[in-house]
Design a protein around this ligand. Structure first.
Ligand SMILES: Cc1cc2nc3c(=O)[nH]c(=O)nc-3n(C[C@H](O)[C@H](O)[C@H](O)COP(=O)(O)O)c2cc1C
Length: 228
């Protein structure tokens, strides 16, 4: 698969087929993704990959808590959205939420239905593989960014295997449970989860694509010789 196609075809997939993904494929994805750059080549990422029984065990821990503990969960271990979320970021976040819920026919006012869909995060949207990206608590912004680059590289390499992904910071809201489940050492914390598997292309929730701002709104160009 050409890199342009991998980038263009990646999206946050929120309905997966149960088709298993072999461990060798997951290993291949993570090994290739480690070609991602990092400051000083620190390679600050740490990944926990789960499948089969382990995924089912974690889902079973969360399932009975969904009705009463959403959306707060255990309280996030780190701030994901700045408070207050100013423009234009607030509107962008709002728009993508509207698109998601519209695709499955859930009205804005229907909070129970929204929470039911949100709870699908804690089933990895049906994916057979779950990844958790952890970081050293002592590391700073440069290493957070490096792990972000690694996460995106995982998503792109997954496309090369015909697989799809959904990054999932939703798991940060249940960080205590995840920490205990993974036996995460004290020096690490979860940055994000990620669902990995084959997309259910027929699912309405996978039928839409998030918009992007026009190039000239976020990039400026100086000193390039003009054509002709
Ligand atoms: C680090 C990170 C965490 C995310 N966490 C979640 C999540 O918990 N649940 C979810 O449905 N989407 C999650 N997303 C997906 C974003 O909503 C999505 O990337 C954004 O709306 C752009 O859409 P696209 O990925 O389909 O291009 C996350 C994305 C990133 C980069």
């Amino acid at each position: 698969m050409h890199v342009f196609e991998a980038v263009a075809s990646r999206y946050s997939c929120r309905a997966f087929l149960p088709t298993p993904v072999p461990e060798a494929v997951v290993r291949d994805i993570l090994a290739r993704a480690a070609r991602a750059p990092s400051a000083g080549n620190m390679q600050p990422w740490r990944v926990y990959a789960l499948a089969g029984k382990r995924v089912e065990e974690l889902k079973a821990l969360l399932a009975p808590r969904m009705a009463t503990e959403l959306p707060k969960g255990e309280g996030a271990e780190y701030v994901i959205y700045p408070e207050p979320l100013t423009e234009p970021y607030r509107s962008r976040r709002f728009e993508v939420g509207e698109m998601l819920y519209r695709s499955i026919g859930v009205a804005r006012e229907d909070r129970p239905a929204r929470y039911r869909q949100y709870a699908r995060n804690y089933e990895f949207f049906g994916a057979p593989v779950a990844l958790f990206f952890a970081r050293e608590k002592a590391h700073g912004p440069a290493q957070w960014a490096d792990i972000g680059g690694f996460l995106q590289t995982v998503a792109l390499v997954a496309r090369g295997h015909g697989l799809h992904t959904c990054p999932q910071q939703a798991w940060v809201s249940f960080h205590k449970t995840v920490r205990a489940f993974l036996k995460l050492p004290d020096n690490l914390m979860i940055y994000s989860g990620m669902a990995l598997g084959y997309a259910d292309e027929t699912a309405p929730i996978n039928s839409w694509r998030s918009p992007r701002e026009p190039l000239d709104s976020y990039a400026s160009f100086e000193g390039f010789p003009t054509d002709g």
